[in-house]
Write a protein that binds this ligand. Structure first.
Ligand code: FES
Length: 575
């Protein structure tokens, strides 16, 4: 590396006068850049997760062009680069197996290149947290733009919410209420444009949560993917990131303890996905904020659900945007927020939301007359079945099942469940509690969204539409039901879930935040001695690295050696 000292990070590459500077500048000039772009302009990396294999992100190339317009306008030098894209619908076995790989890739790309700041282009479920985790471990000035939701699905004059409709109509097809032809017809009507799921699933949740964290410009989370305003806000983001370099406004100044508390409260007010819990814990771990699973319960208890969106409610993201989007929600719960928290707009949360007006109070309900009362969001339950906790989304569950004790019916893994779910002689009743093992971070591996196990066919025929289900898995943000998720420690590491047998009584008591396995300590000790871990899932490659290092759900399921921050120091030069 040159001994020259530069005030701007990228000048360690482009400012060098000798051989190495020649190499850095000369090859980039093959793209036709004028020589003055290398003279002390802030270099803005645009990390894009564009991919045709990730339909939710397939328009991010156009978002990137809008960002570049803004960067050039403000006197910066934009350079777009790809980061792995994680498409929820196509990737197997589950995108969550790769969130940490994206985070690791993004971190190393940001640090290894001549960047002064980075704009993260994300969409679908896992690329927002994956990119943000990686960026947090470098801590440059950072701004995120999510791709926005699809237009509302429409079928025979009715609204179809992505994800949520599939759970409902696949059950209806299994029970013979609709035909295969009707099912196929819906398929062509539910994804009408570019963008992510337009329910308040995980993608919309993470878009709102990143806006609440202050890393996305105010008002931008809800803009539909194909709305012209998504591109104008992206241009503004391009201008803004250049100013953030001049101000040296780093990610760690935005991602503070206060910002995470705001995000947790906003997640409660929007009726957001349980997946936000795992992702926020992981992001906090990277930036060094001491966030705990219990914080999600404690901070959300006083927050009512204001947003009447599927899967908990009625409307979809287009209506949410019409209502005024997230600033309206934040304005309604302003008294509960840290309004002094600084955001990437350069303003505080309070300043960002000062002018917010609610244009559709049936979509974003007022604080005084909320869609669902306080405590209807995500709760954390603990007890002998989940010593480190488990989560449940009250707004998506059945009120009568919030206090329920019943006999377990155990599935050893998700294949076991699929093999038995249509058995009309399955020994389950509406009072049974379905228990699924080995679907946690290590067990599957990859922590899949299978916790909302379908109601067994026998019970569907009896008209049962919901029952208590418990697992170490996650659940899609578009799904619903009385579903206890993320049970920690998971079965694959020998957590109490591994010891449950069919017929054991289990107690769920949400008001008391309790989840207990009603089996004697002596019997559990006997079972623990007989328990054997699963054989390793892989002998090589990413899956081996992942399974050896992934942490439990209550810690955010990051890899143990990726927690924390290595900073943005300029790496050694090897030319
Ligand atoms: Fe990408 Fe739902 S599948 S957001």
């Amino acid at each position: 590396m040159s001994d020259e000292k530069f005030s701007r990070r990228s000048q360690n590459w482009f400012g060098q006068k000798g051989k190495n500077g020649f190499i850095y500048r000369e090859r980039l000039r093959n793209q036709g850049y004028a020589s003055d772009v290398f003279v002390d302009k802030p270099v803005i990396g645009i990390a894009t997760t564009w991919s045709e294999l990730n339909p939710c992100n397939a328009h991010l190339d156009r978002v990137a062009e809008a960002v570049k317009r803004g960067v050039w306008e403000a006197g910066g030098f934009p350079l777009e680069f790809p980061a792995m894209s994680l498409g929820e619908t196509l990737m197997r076995p589950t995108t969550m197996l790769y969130r940490n790989l994206l985070a690791m890739e993004a971190e190393e790309l940001i640090r290894a290149n001549p960047l002064d700041a980075v704009v993260l282009l994300a969409g679908c479920d896992k690329t927002p947290p994956g990119l943000l985790m990686g960026a947090a471990s470098v801590d440059l000035p950072t701004l995120m733009i999510t791709g926005g939701p699809m237009l509302n699905g429409r079928y025979k004059g009715k609204t179809l919410g992505s994800g949520t409709a599939i759970w409902k109509y696949s059950d209806e097809m299994r029970s013979g209420k609709i035909t295969q032809e009707e099912f196929f017809a819906m398929e062509s009507c539910s994804a009408r444009s570019n963008g992510s799921c337009m329910t308040m699933g995980t993608a919309s949740t993470m878009a709102c949560v990143t806006e609440a964290l202050g890393v996305q410009l105010p008002g931008s989370a809800a803009i539909p993917a194909v709305d012209a305003r998504r591109y104008s806000t992206s241009q503004e983001a391009g201008r803004r990131i250049v100013q953030m370099v001049h101000d040296d406004q780093r990610l760690s100044q935005v991602l503070t303890r206060e910002a995470f508390e705001n995000a947790i409260k906003v997640n409660a007010a929007i009726g957001g996905s349980t997946n936000a819990v795992v992702h926020l814990l992981a992001i906090a771990g990277r930036i060094g904020v001491d966030l705990k699973l219990e914080d999600f319960d404690r901070l959300a208890r006083d927050v009512p659900v204001l947003v009447n969106l599927q899967p908990s409610g009625e409307f979809l993201m287009e209506e949410f945007f019409d209502a005024g989007g997230l600033p309206v929600v934040m304005k309604e719960i302003e008294s509960l927020l840290h309004t002094g928290a600084i955001t990437v707009s350069g303003k505080t949360v309070g300043e960002n939301i000062a002018g917010a007006e609610n244009y559709r109070p049936e979509v974003v309900t007022p604080f005084a007359t909320p869609f669902q009362k306080a405590g209807s969001g995500i709760v954390v339950v603990k007890g002998s079945l989940a010593p480190d906790g488990a989560v449940l989304k009250v707004s998506a569950a059945t009120p009568e099942l919030m206090v329920h004790t019943g006999p377990a019916f155990v599935f050893e893994n998700i294949d076991d469940f699929h093999a038995q779910k249509d058995d009309m002689n399955l020994a389950v009743t509406k009072d049974s509690i379905l228990v699924l093992k080995n679907a946690g971070p290590k067990g599957f591996p990859g922590f899949p969204e299978v916790g909302n196990m379908a109601i067994p066919k026998k019970l569907l025929a009896e008209g049962v539409t919901d029952m208590v289900r418990i697992s170490d898995a996650r659940m899609s943000g578009t799904a619903y039901g009385t579903v206890v998720l993320h049970t920690s420690p998971e079965a694959a590491v020998g957590g109490p879930l591994a010891l449950v047998k069919t017929g054991d009584m289990i107690e769920l008591n949400v008001p008391n935040r309790a989840l207990n396995l009603l089996v004697s300590d002596e019997e559990l000790e006997k079972r623990r001695k007989e328990w054997k871990p699963l054989p390793p899932h892989a002998k090589r490659g990413w899956v081996k690295l992942y399974t050896e290092h992934v942490q439990q759900a209550h810690l955010g399921a990051d890899l143990d050696f990726l927690v924390g921050n290595s900073g943005s120091e300029v790496p050694r030069d090897s030319h």
